[in-house]
Design a protein around this ligand. Sequence first.
Ligand code: ARG
Length: 281
Amino acid sequence: MKLLKSAVPLAVAAALVALLAGISLSCSSNQKQDALYKIQKAKTLIIGTSADYPPYEFHLLKDGKDLIVGFDISIAQEIAKDLGVTLEIKDMQFDGLLAALQAGTIDMVISGMTPTEERKKSVDFSKTYYYAVHGVIVRAEDKDIYQTVESLKNARLSAQKGTIQVGIAKTQILGLSEAEAEKPTDKVKELGTIKNLILDLKNKKVDAIVAELPVATAYVNNNPDLALAAPTFTDDEGGSAVAVKKGNPLFLEAINKTLDRLMAEKKIDQFVAEANELVEN
Ligand code: ARG
């Protein structure tokens, strides 16, 4: 009996030691598996983006150089700066971004991406750093026709492939149910880049493009033959967030820390204003 009495606390202590050792062990191996470790070792943060989305991300010709700029890029630069690494940008079609993330060719997606429930099944999102409603780009000559949502029902609608705007066109303009909207339809034309959609709009192959309102406004400001339709739309999930591969809590935490800092310093609004100035020039 006596032996047992002293053995109990001893066993508890031993178990505790084993548990603590286990925790710290799993911590360090988890740390090594976290993308943060890989990024810091490589000294490079590789981001994926679809640079057809001013003021979020777009190409800018400066002194004969093709640069990718925008407020998402400014945010990414801050994340890289806080991590003490250099930023590398991979420009690709929006609908290929999440696959690139899964494949490990990029470390994170920053591309005005909305953190939808569907996407959350395959990737993790940071906090939302920017909110915008959605607008519709039409040809300037048709502007007066598209004053109501009802009038847009008769337009040949389009949106960037793989974006939530395809769903917005289907549900909020065409009035389809969520279930119906899941199915493919030729009522909304989907192309890989906004740039190609703009060409189609100018060539009268489509009549309207749904995009985030700041983007629609940027294209309209730069193209006198384009205009905004009157209606705008909101979505429940709203906003833009950074996507990372699942299972990288440390990397995600670091991203959120930078976003918190930028929001506290009101830097994001400043980046948006700066990006809009670049678009207009
Ligand atoms: N917010 C929309 C979405 O997540 C569209 C984003 C498109 N971004 C871009 N860079 N083209 O589906």
